[in-house]
Design a protein around this ligand. Structure first.
Ligand SMILES: [Zn+2]
Length: 477
């Protein structure tokens, strides 16, 4: 690994940098079927930590996990007009099984609103059966033309939450609550700053009344939609006849929501923090938070190993995800490069003279080295990891804010959109939005919740703003 030439610099070709770093850091490999990816143990460890954080937050807010079948009758997709229109081009369909042609073709789920709607139609009878607060961890299949590991693959892992409520008010509160959980996970665990907001009509989920989103900025200035939460109104309730008898004896349709976050989040972590040496992982999600590299020759091995083994055991006992790199066949320099490539936040180097002096060299993946007392490492490392986490977030936030502009004329819009996010007024007309996309490849990312109310002229056509505030534009993955 380290014997190969360095990574392509981000400034030279960000796309190439990404393709190289994900393979060399052993996060993924390409599957034999075009558009599929193999998530290798190091990449899966990152995803598992994201899963754990989210799962805890879902359960703390009253949700429970369930599992619905992968195969969905094709007819289910015909029931909701916008849903079928949105998903039909990406469906993978099973027509044969057991050596015979099936009577009804089966879609491999691209998302589970339809099958869960169908089951709710059976389960929900009265207001006592509400709310339904479900989450599913699983895989979905969307036959994408252009694929990129973690960001867009024909099969990917995610969680999809589905809830049903008696009232619109309750359902809309759920939509915001779950988006808030995604934003919290993103900021506090992934150290990825995000904008929270509502999608414009043309960018919403197929079948939703509206879609809310978290949008992050990658180091090439492009946006990555990192999690979405949808208010589905009674669209799916009508399609699958999910009615309940309310307290007033009236039969009513339930209001449903769905929300999802996928392995895209791993892509967000890679592209928000990585540099020309490789990944930089946030300590709260890193599979390995600290690596210990012993430095010895054959005659000093016996002097060094007992000290580093004890330190490793003590750190593990203190809850630090620590790894002792005791491979004899690689030099310390090789190991340093490899762990830098893999983005491990902190590295401890300990040689025979260090053991004698009771010290170690502590190197941060964010730069800088210092000498520390071995006796103090167990007590201080958790704080150092926390400081690393905060510094990483600040760095990402500064990058994002210095690449975000408020713009009021279209020439400047075209210039700034090449470098990052633009906040501008827009008329709200879909045709005008399509023109901007055709001319600049930029899309509306969201109507941010936090943006103050203001009036202005549409950046492209000059008509009055349709949203009463600036909205966020960017080129996006
Ligand atoms: Zn316009």
């Amino acid at each position: 690994m380290a014997k190969e030439k360095g990574l392509t610099p981000q400034s030279q070709d960000f796309n190439e940098w990404y393709n190289e770093v994900i393979l060399r850091a052993e996060l993924v490999d390409y599957g034999p079927v075009r558009g599929t990816m193999v998530i290798r143990p190091y990449g899966f460890g990152l995803w598992e930590n994201i899963q754990r954080v989210l799962d805890d937050m879902f359960k703390a807010t009253g949700h429970t996990n369930a599992y619905f079948p992968l195969f969905i009758p094709m007819s289910f997709f015909q029931k909701e007009a916008e849903h079928v229109e949105g998903f039909a081009p990406e469906l993978a369909v099973v027509t044969h099984a057991g050596g015979e042609e099936l009577e009804e073709p089966l879609a491999v789920r691209p998302t589970s609103e339809t099958i869960i709607g169908y089951m709710w139609g059976k389960w929900i009878r009265t207001y006592r059966d509400l709310p339904q607060l479900l989450n599913q961890w699983g895989n979905v299949v969307r036959w994408e033309l252009r694929t990129k590991p973690f960001l867009r693959t024909s099969e990917f892992l995610w969680q999809e939450g589905h809830t049903a409520h008696a009232t619109q008010e309750e359902a809309e509160a759920e939509v915001r609550q779950m988006l808030g959980i995604y934003a919290k996970m993103s900021r506090e665990w992934a150290a990825v700053p995000v904008w929270e907001g509502v999608k414009t009509e043309s960018e919403k989920f197929a079948g939703a009344v509206y879609t809310t989103t978290i949008e992050a900025m990658m180091r090439d200035g492009k946006a990555l939609q990192s999690g979405t939460s949808h208010y589905l109104g009674t669209n799916f309730a009508r399609a699958f006849d999910i009615q309940f008898q309310d307290k007033d004896q009236q039969n009513k349709y339930v209001h449903t929501t769905s929300w999802g976050l996928s392995t895209r989040m791993v892509g967000a972590v890679i592209m928000t923090h990585g540099d020309d040496k490789g990944l930089i992982l946030p300590p709260r999600l890193a599979p390995i938070q600290a690596v210990i590299v012993p430095i010895y020759k054959s005659d000093t091995r016996e002097q060094v190993m007992p000290a580093v083994e004890k330190l490793t055991a003590d750190l593990k006992a203190a809850g630090v995800r620590v790894h002792l790199d005791d491979r004899d066949q690689y030099s310390p320099g090789f190991k340093f490069n490899e762990w830098e490539l893999k983005g491990v936040p902190l590295r401890l180097e300990i040689g025979p003279r260090d053991v004698e002096a009771g010290t170690a060299v502590l190197a941060s993946r964010l730069g800088g080295k210092e000498t520390v007392q071995i006796s103090e490492i167990v007590a201080t490392l958790p704080q150092r990891l926390e400081a690393f986490q905060q510094a990483l977030y600040r760095r990402a936030l500064e990058f994002r804010d210095s690449h975000t502009w408020e713009v009021d004329n279209y020439e400047e819009f075209k210039e700034k959109i090449e470098q990052g996010f633009v906040k501008a007024f827009h008329c709200g007309d879909e045709a005008c939005e399509r023109q901007i996309k055709a001319e600049t490849t930029a899309t509306t990312r969201c109507i941010p919740f936090d943006e103050p109310q203001a009036q202005g002229k549409c950046i492209r056509c000059g008509r009055e703003s349709g949203y009463g505030k600036r909205i966020l534009f960017a080129k996006a993955y």
